[in-house]
Write a protein that binds this ligand. Structure first.
Ligand code: HEM
Length: 485
């Protein structure tokens, strides 16, 4: 095998990679040392901005296989036949902390999945929680500011976390979820994934359905107590990355079974609460889980920066037969992701191998920009319509149209009768065993008792009281006891 020669970026051989060129022995460094200049300059530019949320993550390739016939509900090609397999890439993540944080923390986990389908890439960008803290995207930057590091102290502050929740009663359901047993997953393999939002499926006849996605882990749900988590963080702050990487390297391929809840579109208007409200789940008694297929992860990325850091998922990447619902949060997300990626990675992030379609080719009149690698041939025109057989629109329908009525403006309420912020938090609390309830109360009280403003504490207590009388009383007693200590 011929020996590999170290070169500069322009391909010239490097003669010395240990000593900079100097004016005499021990003298100052010469500007003519091209290798040194290039090496230092390149190093300075290695990092791109981290994701504004979900900065820490782990990725893996795999496949999705259809196990059950869902063609009555969607004409999406990758779901069109039992046994059909589609290559996938997933990125799991924590949400609030920066790239250098720890994995085993109390925080939702991201579950972002890219299907490389024959009709283009489909991104399903979900979490390990079936609900979310807020229901209007206009609140998202404030929400995230309150959960991430404080601009003065540089740390996450319980004062900020709970102050935001004090003013956001709709968060009570997700707070109950987060402070409960599932709030710290043992690993990315041991948690479920949810689309969380309601999406729309359309079948070949043009009939519309609203769906919610549930990926159930086949490894079993396993979580950590607050004490186990802090011990693990001390031993391995990258514990989720270690677990996923090593499992796949050993050939222990994690898998999830995908189920969906399906609501015929005509039932949405009269459902007893807003089915597009991401702070609420649909009871399984109303819309049971229907199995669709399984997701298997079987290959680690070769390069974390290229494939995980530069991975770009957008909830707006749909394929024919799947589309958005009127969920306001989802609508906000349809804008936010690709916009973030144009800043974080660049306008041509879609051309990077992890993001580019694998079973189709992107073919359009978008051109140029920094680091463009996709060019047509000399005969390709850069305008449309043209007389040169360039790509032209087809009649592919992503989703069926939705009828809308009403006035433009900001609307606080929805038309649904049972849209209070608390009843599902109460239902979740009442589902818990006595031990689970005790741990939930202890987790809430440990954070809430540290809050400095009494008013913030009182407002949060009122939310737990509104969810369930016993829940409210127990949180109140626990917070007061800790504050008297
Ligand atoms: C209006 C509300 C939301 C906004 C504006 C928002 C915005 C963002 C932005 C800007 C990113 C970084 C994207 C990037 O740089 O590549 C991100 C990442 C992410 N978000 Fe959201 N988000 C919202 C709500 C949600 C919800 C409800 C979920 C889950 C159901 C979610 C799941 C994720 C995940 C999993 C990632 C990480 C994706 C990856 O691994 O690259 N977000 N979000």
């Amino acid at each position: 095998m011929s020996k590999r020669v170290l070169t500069t970026e322009s391909g010239a051989p490097v003669a010395d990679n240990q000593n900079s060129a100097t004016a005499g022995v021990g003298g100052p460094i010469l500007l003519q040392d091209q290798h040194l200049l290039e090496k230092l300059a390149r190093f300075n530019r290695e990092r791109i901005p981290e994701r504004v949320v979900h900065a820490r993550g782990s990725g893996a390739y795999g496949y999705f296989e259809v196990t059950d016939d869902v063609t009555g509900f969607t004409h999406a090609d990758f779901l069109s036949a039992v046994g059909k397999r589609t290559e996938t890439f997933i990125r799991f993540s924590t949400v609030a902390d920066s790239l250098g944080g720890a994995d085993a923390v109390r925080d939702p986990r991201g579950f972002a999945l890219k299907f490389y389908t024959e009709e283009g890439n489909y991104d399903l960008v979900g979490n390990n929680t079936p609900v979310f803290f807020i229901k209007d995207p206009i609140k998202f930057p404030d929400f995230i500011h309150s959960q991430k590091r404080d601009p003065f102290t540089g740390k996450q502050e319980q004062d900020n976390v709970w102050d935001f929740w004090a003013h956001s009663p709709e968060a009570t359901h997700q707070v109950t979820w987060l402070m409960g047993d599932r709030g710290i997953p043992a690993s990315y393999r041991h948690m479920n994934g949810y689309g969380s939002h309601t999406y729309q499926w359309t079948n070949a006849e043009g009939e519309a359905f609203f769906v919610k996605y549930h990926f159930k882990t086949n490894q079993g749900v396993r979580s950590l107590s607050a004490e186990q988590a802090s011990e693990l963080v001390g031993k391995d702050s990258d514990s989720h990355q270690t677990d996923l990487l090593q499992a796949i390297e050993r050939g222990v391929n994690p898998s999830w079974t995908l189920h969906v809840q399906i609501m015929p579109a005509a039932e949405a208007a009269d459902y007893r609460f807003n089915p597009f409200d991401v702070t609420k789940v649909w009871p399984h008694s109303d819309y049971p889980l229907q199995r669709v297929g399984r997701l298997v992860l079987d290959r680690n990325p070769d390069n974390v920066f290229a494939e995980v850091e530069q991975a770009a998922f957008s909830p707006n990447n749909f394929v024919p037969g799947i589309g958005p619902s009127p969920d306001k949060m989802l609508q906000g997300r349809l804008f936010a992701y690709a916009d973030a990626q144009r800043y974080r990675v660049g306008i041509n992030h879609t051309q990077l191998p992890v993001n580019a379609p694998r079973k189709t080719t992107a073919d359009n009149y978008g051109r140029d920009g920094a680091m463009a690698t996709r060019y047509g041939s000399r005969h390709d025109k850069n305008y449309e319509p043209n007389s040169h057989a360039g790509p032209a629109q087809s009649d592919a329908a992503l989703a069926s149209p939705l009828a809308v009525t009403g006035w433009t403006g900001t609307h606080e309420a929805s038309a649904h009768v049972k849209d209070d912020d608390f009843f599902q938090a109460g239902e979740l609390y009442r589902l818990m065993s006595q031990d689970e309830k005790s741990r939930l109360i202890a987790n809430i009280a440990s954070g809430l008792s540290k809050v400095s403003l009494d008013d913030v504490i009182e407002k949060n207590l009122a939310h737990f009281h509104a969810a369930d009388a016993d829940y409210g009383k127990r949180v109140e007693d626990a917070v007061r006891a800790l504050r008297e200590d």
